[in-house]
Design a protein around this ligand. Structure first.
Ligand SMILES: [Zn+2]
Length: 204
C-alpha cells in the first residue's frame, strides 16, 4: 500500500494519505509543490477535445496550498501504544529486554491512581513482569530505575512513528528535520529504517 506524505505549503507534516486522496489534490489543483520521485501514475478520463487520456503522476511527498498555521513547538502528537512502542524501540524501560509489540505494555511511570496521566512524558514501554513487579508504585518506591527517559516526539518524529512502509525519500525528508537530540537519530533508527526502505525499493 502506497502512502504519500502530505505537507502544508511551509513543509510542515500533515498526514499520510493514500493514492486516491493524493490524486484528488492534483486534480483540484491544490498542490503547491512536490518532492521526491514520482511513485505512481493515475489515469483519468479521456478528453473529448484532444482524445487524450489525462495522466497524473503522484510524487512521494506533496505540499498542498495553504498553511496549517501551527506552532511546531506547541503541537503534541496524539499518543497510541503502537507509536509509543516505536518511540521506545521495543525495549522494556526497566530491564532493557526486547519485547514483541503484542506483548509490550504501556506503563505509567507515575501510576494513574496517583494522578499520572496517559501522556508521552508519563508512559514507557515495559514487559509484563516489570509492569507487574512495579505495580502501583513510583519507580523510586519500587526501586526500579528507568533505562531511558520519556520524551514528546516532534511532528516529524510522529510521522515516522505512525508511518508504514516509509519510502527512502520520505524518510530522508523527515530525518533531516528531526531535532538533534531525537532518539530516532541517536540510535540510528531513522538511518536504519532509511536503508531498509532503500533495499525494499531496490528489491521491487
Ligand atoms: Zn522488563
Amino acid at each position: 500500500m502506497l502512502h504519500i506524505l502530505k505537507l502544508d505549503v511551509a513543509g510542515i507534516p500533515q498526514s499520510w494519505i493514500n493514492a486516491e486522496e493524493a490524486t484528488k489534490h492534483y486534480a483540484e489543483g491544490s498542490i503547491a509543490w512536490t518532492l521526491g520521485k514520482p511513485v505512481a501514475v493515475m489515469r483519468g478520463g479521456v478528453s473529448r477535445l484532444s482524445g487524450k487520456q489525462s495522466i497524473i503522476e503522484l510524487h512521494s511527498i506533496i505540499a498542498t496550498k495553504g498553511s496549517s498555521r501551527i506552532n511546531l513547538f506547541e503541537v503534541i502528537p496524539s499518543i497510541t501504544k503502537a507509536k509509543l512502542y516505536k518511540r521506545d524501540q521495543g525495549l522494556c524501560a526497566y530491564c532493557a529486554g526486547t519485547i514483541n509489540e503484542c506483548e509490550a505494555e504501556a506503563e505509567h511511570i507515575t501510576p494513574s491512581s496517583k494522578g499520572g496521566g496517559y501522556s508521552w512524558m508519563n508512559l514507557v514501554i515495559s514487559c509484563r513482569s516489570c509492569n507487574q513487579k512495579k505495580g502501583n508504585r513510583s519507580p523510586e518506591n519500587a526501586g526500579m530505575s528507568l533505562i531511558y527517559a520519556p520524551y514528546i516526539p516532534s511532528l516529524y518524529e510522529d510521522m515516522i512513528l505512525k508511518g508504514r512502509n516509509i519510502l527512502a525519500d520520505q524518510m530522508e525528508f523527515l530525518a533531516a528535520n528531526l531535532p538533534k537530540n531525537s532518539r530516532l537519530l541517536q540510535n540510528n533508527i531513522a538511518t536504519n529504517m532509511l536503508s531498509e526502505s532503500i533495499s525494499e525499493e531496490s528489491a521491487i
